[in-house]
Design a protein around this ligand. Sequence first.
Ligand code: IPM
Ligand code: MG
Length: 352
Amino acid sequence: MEFNIALIPGDGIGPEIVAGAVTVLKAVEKKFGHKFNFTETYMGGCAIDKYGEPLPQETVDICKSSDSVLLGAVGGPKWDGAPKRPEAGLLGIRKALGLYSNLRPSILKPQLKDASPLKDEKLKNGLDVMVVRELTGGIYFGNREKAEDGSWASDEERYSVEEVKRIGKIAFDTAMLRNKRLVSVDKANVLESSRLWRRTMTELAAEYPEVELSHMYVDNAAMQLAINPAQFDVIVTSNIFGDILSDLSSAIAGSIGMLPSASLGATKCGMYEPIHGSAPDIAGMDIANPIATIVSAAMMLEMSFGLSEEAKAINTAVDKVLDMNYRTADIMSEGMIKTGCKKMAELIAENL
Ligand code: IPM
Ligand code: MG
């Protein structure tokens, strides 16, 4: 089959990790006889440098006319204090493509137990959680205001029932495909928008009698993730709480450098990206971990292209290379073989 893939390498380590994913996708083409047409485009800081805009219209057009988008990362200190921030490009493309649901799986691989900051005793029951984050609403997209004299600023957290319902459906559907346990995370003891969130999730639960829905305040959810991560199956939460909790769940899984994400809307066209940032401090040094981007590409094959066997082959190749003791710096531990970004991608491609 033939697919058009828009590539947005972005800033910092973005170009290296996306190149790594392309190496693996080319191996998939060869092994399974598909054709992937890549179109590379600009977003974030590099787009500000080139066009004066973090999200040029051309980038939106390329993404819209592709079957899916693979993104590296955007941002960096170079653009701190600039009138337009690279991150605005990321938020803009999520909105422009209508990608309201963000799926962030965190799985603790047995090979990486030593890389987790949690003690063995907390990890004995493993970790396999899917954070379903609302991605185009809430405080990220509410009204922003500031006083001209700089004496105050405000950001609005607003959710409509419709917005909560559509992300809730994705979360319940996801739970149905997993262990049928869903925790909705909010701050309903304080926020009106959270009370609407909780009420809407509770109403939706009637349509999913097999799913066991419970509610948790976000502060408690953060604590529970740290003390007993195995209790979670699927978590559904707002844009900002999902941003925070997914960093936490990924750290528990060993390294943020391992974990993928999928952003989807009403169509099959999605955007796939590692959940980590652009790590400008290590950019260009060939030491970044490309695995998060490589497994994001696997998610793309499965969720947008329906190529589950190919996706599985990528994940199996990643496990194989980890079993062979190859590690990038972020997941390095005693006795392992330290491997650069490019080499890691090549090893995964070879072992496909
Ligand atoms: C993420 C990132 C982004 C977000 C930033 C870079 C705008 O942290 O994808 O989690 O907050 O959504
Ligand atoms: Mg984040």
